[in-house]
Write a new protein. Structure first.
Length: 89
């Protein structure tokens, strides 16, 4: 299953490493990643594949939210099928 993730925070060293290490540890494959810093605000959007993980989507979401709270990151994840349905014209 594919999912869209967004991460935002005040820019600092290690944000990408922290998020990507967590995903790797959970067996989640990053298919695409885009990041930028605008006026000191870091933003990153990822397309990930959770089908390679032994964890459920809810477990992955919980771990991501926990990481975000502990590191003052705003992180959201949504399955692409739901994302596509919400944005279909």
């Amino acid at each position: 299953m594919k999912a869209i993730m967004t991460v935002s925070a005040h820019d600092r060293v290690g944000i990408i490493a922290s998020v990507c290490t967590l995903l790797s540890d959970m067996g989640v494959n990053i298919l695409d990643l885009n990041q930028t810093v605008m006026q000191g605000i870091f933003t990153m959007t990822l397309l990930v594949d959770t089908s390679t993980s032994t964890h459920t989507f809810d477990e992955i979401r919980s771990a991501i939210i926990e990481r975000g709270e502990s590191e003052q990151l705003t992180i959201h994840i949504q399955r692409t099928d739901i994302f596509d349905a919400m944005h279909k014209v």
